[in-house]
Write a protein that binds this ligand. Structure first.
Ligand code: ACO
Length: 216
């Protein structure tokens, strides 16, 4: 397979991949049944979130010899000072299931507090979505996508690379690339009205935020 940049004209085939895999199989999406009881609903809010990231020109896909999208890393840039905006976007998301996920991501953003930990950093690249075809997992495709994404971020002059991992599998791939875990939130400790908001299946027990500096 090859790893190539995603351009806006690839949006539909990237979405087709994500609808089949990430939307149905990411541990929190499974847990909250993001696509409904039968997995056949759409989540336009998540689709816009994904497609909106592509024009930033930081995303990559793995494409098989036959031209099939077998993996996707949707990456975007992020700067300090957007917490209030993120919070209000999350709180106003009309899809109640996706709202829960956006609210968790805001909590992780607050908790990880990367711009305070790295005061000299004024922008970073974050991996927002990483997804591999379920028939091809465990062969290092995610690791390869992450390595190339990090390389691209570095080439574009970003000083920091970040991945918030909701899945234990993505956390393992990211840790192996040498990123440092700067924040960890156990799902059993993330509660609303005394109840955990998410109870994903094992081994997905926490969300972990990883970062790495890209230049000295
Ligand atoms: N069971 C056990 N371990 C697994 C499995 C599995 N089904 N799949 C992957 N792993 C392990 C690998 O062995 C490896 O761990 P190791 O380094 O300790 O050996 C690690 O997970 C990652 O290996 P890769 O082969 O590089 O990853 P892969 O190409 O399989 O893709 C991914 C990993 C993207 C998480 C894939 O499982 C997936 O698409 N899952 C559904 C979507 C999802 O959860 N995405 C991540 C959410 S977080 C985010 O998007 C930023």
């Amino acid at each position: 397979y090859d790893i190539v940049p995603i351009t806006p004209k690839d949006s539909e085939k990237v979405l087709e991949h994500l609808r089949k895999f990430f939307f149905l199989e990411e541990p929190l999406n499974i847990n909250i049944k993001l696509l409904g009881e039968n997995g056949d609903e759409r989540c336009p809010e998540l689709e816009s979130y994904c497609v909106g990231t592509i024009p930033e020109g930081l995303s990559l896909m793995a494409v098989s010899r036959t031209g099939k999208v077998i993996g996707v890393s949707l990456n975007g840039s992020h700067e300090p000072g957007h917490l209030d905006e993120m919070q209000s976007n999350a709180d106003n998301c009309p899809n109640l299931r996706f709202r829960k996920i956006l609210q968790l991501l805001v909590a992780v953003e607050r908790g990880s507090d990367v711009f305070t930990k790295f005061p000299d950093v004024d922008k970073l690249v974050e991996v927002r979505i990483i997804s591999v075809d379920s028939a091809l997992r465990g062969r290092g495709i995610a690791k390869a996508l992450l390595e190339k994404s990090r390389e691209l971020a570095k080439q574009k002059g970003y000083p920091l690379f970040r991945v918030d991992c909701t899945s234990n599998f993505s956390a393992r791939a990211v840790a192996r690339l040498g990123l440092e875990c700067v924040y960890e939130l156990r799902y059993e400790d993330y509660c609303k009205n005394g109840q955990p908001v998410f109870q994903p299946a094992l081994p997905h027990t926490e969300v972990k935020s990883y970062v790495q500096r890209l230049q000295v």
